[in-house]
Design a protein around this ligand. Structure first.
Ligand code: G3I
Length: 482
């Protein structure tokens, strides 16, 4: 059995090598919300189970979403909502300009239709976005503010009216909001010099969150931003500092959205999985939920290689595994459903190298390799089935001889039987939400494996170490020792 290198790498290689045993043993599990599945639902950690992305996400207590545009790019694009995605985001319909061509003159038709679709398909609805300084705004907003004798007061009044009108309308129907989008400048550490910042300074950000929280106390409120470089860049450092400051001020901000666009337009290399994961962890360490809110990965990064779509799938897997490995990273939304619908192909300057084919479904609305690699990476977050997978790993290891009972034949069989019994109890405890019992059984099993060669070891063989490592990981992430 291969020794594990870094989080998730075993999983990815194993998955592409289709060696499910090691993959499942190395699965990173997180104490997530109880999975929707019960004992009779398919085991979505088994790559052969044929689970959809949405089924896998439901068992993992994880969100997988897609941005839904005003016009569906394929006649049945929206049919994927619910079957493949358990969350959706309004790509444009809920921005201030599309909602109100002129200040105060709202047309909620398209936004209502999207919220209705989410409710019809029983998926989570993400509202995007209440304030975006560089985004589409009412045509008369700037003049309304600048012609007022008191621009600050006028803008505060208009922001308050807008946020209460929109969040209030969808209270209880839109579960999370990108309250402020892209507060920083495109490439630097400075605040974006937009109308809001020019008029009110950075205080507009905290004020927007406070108003939104008053309008719907039940909604999860996010600050959303994109980055070219994730570790150590002026912008990523400035964002961490901004978030830390807002948290310290007690602003009702519940999460941060990392857009995760990978455009392949500027000569910037893709981040390593470790760099990306460390950035997500740094945000999570501030006590917030984290989501990848606009993921798309241009196929152009991989055009030089033998199989661009497979390499694209591998990078989707790396990005997803990085999120799954950070307990507070609760969901991923792709910025569109099928390749023809991507904003990249119709937006300058990215349209110069269209088609980008950056999404999970192709032009015929067929799932691409990236769909399956993302699904398998999400499966790394499923606990009860991962406990069952440990049992499968144990049985397969005994069958293949990779795990043998220690000591003379008679006692060796009994020892293996005892190890297996503990793993069976672990599965039962987790399935019935009795985490402390599961921890106790896992501790007992780990003690008996004890691969450092102590005389008490119950088992020998190359699988013993993998089993011990996977048990340690499951114990750690079940928070057994806290
Ligand atoms: O609806 C009008 C249509 O009536 C008109 O004929 C047409 C001609 O210009 O424009 C249409 O509006 C376009 C709209 O998308 C709907 O297709 C706007 O011009 C166009 O600017 C707008 O682009 C959107 C962009 O945000 C700006 O709002 C993209 O679809 C959308 O994918 C993109 O998404 C943003 C996120 O909100 C924030 N993060 C970055 C991301 C990419 O820019």
């Amino acid at each position: 059995m291969r020794k594990r290198e870094t989080v998730g790498s075993g999983w990815r290689e194993a998955h592409f090598g289709r060696a499910p045993l090691v993959a499942i043993a190395l699965a990173v599990v997180v104490l997530a919300a109880r999975p929707a599945g019960t004992g009779d639902s398919p085991d979505c950690t088994d790559p052969q189970s044929g689970c959809s992305l949405a089924e896998t996400a439901a068992q993992a207590g994880f969100w997988v979403g897609a941005a839904v545009g005003n016009a569906a790019s394929h006649p049945s694009t929206q049919a994927t909502i619910g079957g493949h995605f358990n969350s959706m985001t309004a790509e444009n319909a809920m921005k201030w300009g599309p909602l109100a061509r002129r200040v105060g003159e709202y047309d909620f038709g398209r936004a209502d239709a999207l919220v209705g679709l989410a409710e019809e398909r029983a998926v989570r609805m993400r509202g995007h976005t209440l304030l975006w300084g560089r985004g589409p705004l009412p045509v008369d907003l700037e003049s309304e503010v600048n012609q007022s004798p008191n621009p600050q007061a006028r803008l505060r009044e208009l922001l308050d009216q807008h946020i209460r009108t929109v969040v209030g309308r969808y209270a209880g129907r839109v579960q999370s909001w990108d309250v402020v989008n892209e507060p920083l400048s495109v490439a630097g550490a400075a605040f974006d010099y937009n109308l809001f910042f020019r008029t009110l300074g950075e205080s507009y950000i905290a004020e927007a969150f406070r108003i939104a929280h008053e309008a719907d106390p039940g909604a999860q409120l996010f600050l959303n931003e994109f980055f070219f470089v994730y570790s150590g860049s002026p912008k990523s450092q400035a964002f961490l500092a901004l978030v830390e400051k807002l948290v310290a001020e007690g602003v009702p901000m519940h999460g941060v959205g990392v857009q995760a666009h990978f455009w392949d337009y500027l000569p910037i290399a893709l981040p390593s999985r470790e760099e990306f994961q460390n950035f997500l962890q740094a945000l999570a360490d501030l006590g917030l939920a984290v989501e990848l809110t606009e993921l798309d990965i241009s196929r152009h990064y991989f055009d030089q290689g033998p199989d661009p779509l497979l390499r694209q799938a591998e990078f989707y897997s790396e990005i997803t595994s990085a999120c799954v490995a950070v307990p507070a990273c609760q969901g991923i939304t792709t910025w569109g459903i099928d390749d023809p619908g991507t904003w990249l192909d119709v937006t300058a300057p990215f349209d110069q190298v269209a088609p980008h084919e950056p999404l999970l479904f192709d032009a015929e609305l067929q799932p691409k390799p990236a769909y399956f690699s993302m699904r398998d990476a999400v499966a790394e977050r499923i606990i009860p089935f991962t406990a069952r997978a440990l049992l499968r790993l144990f049985d397969e290891s005994v069958k293949t001889g990779a795990l043998e009972g220690a000591g003379p034949p008679g006692s060796a069989v009994a020892k293996l039987r005892s190890l297996r019994s503990s793993l069976e109890k672990t599965v039962k405890y987790i399935d019935s939400d009795r985490v402390s019992g599961a921890c106790r059984e896992l501790e007992r099993t780990a003690r008996r494996l004890d691969t450092d060669g102590s005389s008490r070891a119950f088992a020998t063989g190359p699988a013993a170490r993998d089993l011990e490592e996977a048990i340690r990981e499951l114990r750690g992430l079940l928070a057994c020792d806290s």
